[in-house]
Design a protein around this ligand. Sequence first.
Ligand code: PXG
Length: 286
Amino acid sequence: MKISLNGQLVGKEQAVVSVFDHGLLYGDGVFEGIRVYGGKVFLLKDHIDRLYESAKAIRLEIPISSAAMIQATKDTVAANGIGDGYVRLVVTRGAGSLGLDIRRTSHPQIIIIADTITLYPAEIYENGMNLITASTIRNHPAACPARIKSLNYLNNILAKIEGTDAGTVEALMLNHKGEVAECTGDNIFILKNGVLKTPSPDAGILEGITRNAVLRLAREAGIPTQETTLIRHDLYVADEMFLTGTAAEVVPVVSLDGRKIGDGKPGPITRRLLELFHEFTRRVDA
Ligand code: PXG
C-alpha cells in the first residue's frame, strides 16, 4: 500500500507523523472520507471544497492548492489500483510544542490513504437497520460547529458507544434544542405523506455530500423535499426512514427506540432512492 504524505507516495511503514503533531495531541485538524467507484473518486470536488472550508473554519491554512489536492488524491487512488474503495484525506495542524497555541506549530501534515472499505452487512440494506436515540447531544453550534469535519469526533464516538451498547450500529443524535440532528456518521431522512424531509444545516449537522446528492436525485425524480425542523415525534410517526453517508450510501431504518417505523420494512421510496443513488454512482460524470 502506498500512502501520500505531504505529496510523496511512501510505503505504509514510512507514513508516520510526529507524536508532537497537534492532530494527535488535540484532535486539531480536518479530514474527509470519499468513495471510489469504478476507479473514479466520487464527488471529489464537493469533498475537497468541504475540506478547505473545514480548514478555513479552524484557521488552518492548507499549504497546497485545492487543484493540487485533487490531483494528489487521484494519483494515490491510481497508485494503489483501487477500483471500488475509499479515500481518507487528513490535514493535521502539524507538530509544535505542548500547548494549544496554533502559532507554535508548523508544517501541517497532508495524508491521503486509498483503501478498500468495510460495508454494512448486505442484510441491513434488505431488512433495514434499528436505531436508538443517544443521550449524548450533538455539539452546540457555538462550540465546535458540526459543519466542520474535524479530527475531534469524541462527541459522535460517545453517542456511537451508546448505540453499540444497545446493539445498534448507528445512533440518532439530537441537538441542544432537543431537535433531530443526525446520526454519528450519517444524515437522517424521513418520508411523510410522500414528502421527503431532513433537518436543515442550521440544526447543527454536518452537511453531508450524500445527503445533498439524495436531495437532488429526489427533486429530479419529482419527489417533494423539505429541509426543516424535525423532532422525535416526526420520526416515530414517519412512513419511511433512511440514513445517508459516504460509507452507508442509503440505508433503510425500520425501528427507532424499539418503535416500528411505518410497517417495519424498508419503504418503497427509500428503495427507489437507493436505486437512483446506485445509478448515480455509476454515471461517468459523477
Ligand atoms: N454526519 C456526520 C457526523 C458524518 O461524520 C455524515 C453525516 C455523512 O456525510 P457524507 O458527506 O459522507 O455524506 C458524516 C460522514 C469514517 C467516515 O471513516 C465517516 C464519514 C464519512 C466517511 C467516512 O468514519 N462521516
